[in-house]
Design a protein around this ligand. Sequence first.
Ligand SMILES: CC[C@H](C(=O)O)C(=O)SCCNC(=O)CCNC(=O)[C@H](O)C(C)(C)COP(=O)(O)OP(=O)(O)OC[C@H]1O[C@@H](n2cnc3c(N)ncnc32)[C@H](O)[C@@H]1OP(=O)(O)O
Ligand SMILES: [Co+2]
Length: 148
Amino acid sequence: MNKIEHIGIAVKDLEAAGKTYETLLNTECYKTEKVKSEGVETAFYQVGESKIELLAATNEDSPIAKFLNKKGEGIHHIAFAVDDIKAEMKRLKEEGYQLLNEKPKKGADNKLVAFLHPKSANGVLVELCQEITEEPERLPEGDEVWED
Ligand SMILES: CC[C@H](C(=O)O)C(=O)SCCNC(=O)CCNC(=O)[C@H](O)C(C)(C)COP(=O)(O)OP(=O)(O)OC[C@H]1O[C@@H](n2cnc3c(N)ncnc32)[C@H](O)[C@@H]1OP(=O)(O)O
Ligand SMILES: [Co+2]
């Protein structure tokens, strides 16, 4: 794990929360992005080597919608930057951590991502992120999986 890549915060209203965080962090949102497969719209704020990722639900089936209904707004997950997400997934699976997806999937902000169940990390939803560096002919969208 190289660094905390981002902290994900579940919010009801992305625009309103965006104003709160732009003032709080004294920095502008550098990217908003919808991730259809997750039913989320995200807004990113650079804070030193890490980021804040605000997440609003775009449909009722979204994990964010379920989280908001159950727990309200707040910290949703911690994402760690890794060099080789497949190797990390294999290592963690062998160590007994519960992976929520068998293979990496396309996330926001040009990343391949995977998630660990909160039960595997003392109640914290953990996301692994690997920067997508080369542009293959076609990036898998949504639930499609990433094949080397
Ligand atoms: C990928 C785009 C973007 C990016 O950075 O690139 C994102 O980060 S998208 C983020 C949204 N997507 C996800 O969160 C995908 C992974 N999440 C899931 O698969 C589910 O949300 C899951 C499995 C964590 C929970 O879903 P479930 O249907 O099981 O919901 P429950 O409410 O029944 O939860 C079961 C159990 O887990 C606790 N829980 C749920 N969410 C969280 C959380 N974010 N942090 C900590 N704990 C969480 C919940 O309270 C239940 O615990 P219990 O003790 O049984 O009450
Ligand atoms: Co995230």
